[in-house]
Unconditional design. Structure first.
Length: 95
C-alpha cells in the first residue's frame, strides 16, 4: 500500500475528505520524524513502537576485490510490532 492508497482507505473509513486525511497524515509523519530525530521513541500501544538504535561499526570485505573496509557506526530506526498487530498478522496467515 502506498501513501495514496492509505489516504484513500483512511478517508473511506473515517468519512473525511481526502484533503483532510493528507494534512493529518503528513502531520503525523512529521511528528514521528521529529521525535525520532531527537532519539525519542514513538509508542503506539497495540500497534507497535519506533525507536532509534545504534548499529555498531563492522569490518567487511569487498566481494569483488577482497579489500577490507570498515562500515562506520550508524543510527537506524527500528520498529517492533505490538501484540495486537502481531496477532492480527499471525491470524491472517494461519488460515
Amino acid at each position: 500500500m502506498n501513501k495514496t492508497e492509505l489516504v484513500d482507505a483512511v478517508a473511506a473509513r473515517s468519512y473525511q475528505p481526502k484533503a483532510v486525511v493528507v494534512v493529518v497524515l503528513d502531520a503525523l509523519l512529521e511528528t514521528v520524524k521529529r521525535s525520532l530525530s531527537r532519539s525519542e521513541p514513538v509508542l503506539l500501544i497495540g500497534f507497535g513502537g519506533f525507536e532509534v538504535a545504534e548499529r555498531s561499526a563492522k569490518e567487511v570485505h569487498h566481494p569483488g576485490t577482497g579489500v577490507a573496509m570498515t562500515i562506520p557506526t550508524k543510527k537506524v530506526v527500528r520498529f517492533k510490532a505490538g501484540k495486537i498487530l502481531s496477532n492480527a498478522v499471525a491470524e491472517r496467515w494461519s488460515r
